[in-house]
Design a protein. Structure first.
Length: 125
């Protein structure tokens, strides 16, 4: 197997998740709350044998003290992919920073930002 094939196989989950998100976007269209897209994405990914958790709590610390509040990851897939969902007119830098900070805080190596609020699906990783 050459390097390109090996790379494509290793990261095939990005393509598969994006394809499922596109299917949801075609069915639901923009205009719903994130909750609807989240539920559909969780369901369809689970049907494809992914282990999916939604609204996963991430504790917030100040030095060594755990604070009373938590962040919430929209979806955690196979314990190594954070999916942050949006349903907005456009993605702004704060949305990207949010995902990067979640990845940094949890040490989870992969993240996807998916926006269902635009006329065509927006996805980046």
């Amino acid at each position: 197997m050459d390097l390109i094939e090996e790379h494509n196989k290793k990261y095939a989950f990005f393509k598969e998740i994006t394809g499922i998100a596109m299917q949801i976007h075609r069915e639901y269209h923009p205009g719903l709350l994130e909750l609807a897209y989240e539920a559909a994405l969780k369901y369809l990914l689970t049907q494809k044998q992914y282990n999916v958790q939604k609204q996963v709590l991430v504790p917030i610390y100040w030095e060594d003290v755990m604070l009373e509040e938590n962040y919430r990851l929209d979806l955690l897939v196979n314990n190594n992919i954070i999916i942050e969902l949006k349903a907005t007119k456009q993605i702004i830098s704060e949305h990207r920073k949010q995902l990067h900070n979640y990845m940094r805080l949890t040490h989870i190596p992969y993240g996807m930002l998916i926006n269902f609020g635009m006329q065509s699906l927006y996805s980046e990783w």
